[in-house]
Ligand binder design. Structure first.
Ligand SMILES: NC(=O)c1ccc[n+]([C@@H]2O[C@H](COP(=O)([O-])OP(=O)(O)OC[C@H]3O[C@@H](n4cnc5c(N)ncnc54)[C@H](O)[C@@H]3O)[C@@H](O)[C@H]2O)c1
Length: 233
């Protein structure tokens, strides 16, 4: 079977991602939740307590208002519609297990510490449906190592967004040796569905290298462009 036919078949069978849980509503998690909701996904942000949930949702509202002012400067009503419509797709929660119990995709954006990420993924592996795809937004840790604590390494990958997420036109989709083709296609499709704000870059078979090293070591022109534009990582 030709590569194109395999690709087309995978695209046809890959289930669409509608419901997204973002764990960690800090700098990156808020941005990821914002772009996912703005592109029509139902998004839940999970944080440690109600105050942090409120802070994340409040920050997103402000950011959306800034975007609306720029994008709809001649039509305030349309701008308000954009803000309200996006906010209606977003909610916050402190109940981790409950939030992941009915989601298609989890994007983890908590502190950059392997043991804390392991603790989190072990917990949600037991609570989420078998079909749920797990991803990490880590900048420097190995995606394969993070996913190793789960029983769904075929449904585990990396979605590496850049800061500031609503502005950056780059998203890296990272697969490990164990990520299935179907999962990879679903993640690519999720990236494409946010295409109004992101260009997409797929890394096939990165063999468990830390995402940052895998990307920066390959000399890909779009990765270099992304690195030049980035403020932080
Ligand atoms: N900051 C960047 O420029 C950047 C860029 C790309 C990727 N990343 C990656 O994104 C991830 C998050 O980075 P950040 O800069 O957004 O950090 P941050 O400190 O701004 O946010 C982390 C958030 O996670 C929350 N949190 C921690 N443990 C949690 C748990 N168990 N459950 C729910 N929430 C929890 C914290 O309360 C905090 O609000 C890291 O893995 C980092 O490597 C960061």
């Amino acid at each position: 079977m030709s590569v194109l036919r395999v690709f087309t078949r995978n695209m046809a069978t890959a289930a669409k991602i509608n419901n997204v849980v973002v764990i960690g509503g800090g700098l990156m998690g808020s941005g990821i939740a914002q772009v996912a909701a703005a592109t029509g996904h139902n998004v839940t942000i999970v944080e440690m307590n109600d105050q942090l949930v409120g802070k994340a949702l409040g920050g997103i509202k402000k950011s959306l208002e800034r975007v609306a002012k720029k994008q709809f400067k001649d039509d305030a009503a349309k701008g308000q519609q954009y803000v309200d419509g996006t906010l209606s797709k977003l909610k916050g929660s402190t109940k981790l297990e409950e939030a992941v119990a009915s989601t298609d995709l989890v994007v983890e954006a908590i502190v950059e510490k392997m043991n804390i990420k392991h603790e989190l993924f072990s917990k949600i592996d037991a609570a989420a449906p078998a079909s749920t795809i797990f991803t990490s937004n880590t900048s420097s840790l190995s995606i394969a190592e993070i996913g190793a604590v789960t029983k769904r390494q075929d449904r585990f990958g990396g979605l590496h967004f850049f800061n500031p997420v609503p502005m950056m036109k780059l998203l890296e989709v990272i697969r490990t040796e164990k990520t299935s083709e179907e999962t990879y296609q679903q993640l690519m499709e999720f990236g494409r569905s946010s295409a109004n704000v992101h260009h997409l870059q797929g890394h096939a078979r990165i063999r468990g290298e830390p995402a940052a090293r895998a990307v920066h070591g390959r000399g890909d022109p779009s990765a270099r462009a992304g690195r030049r534009q980035r403020a932080g990582h």
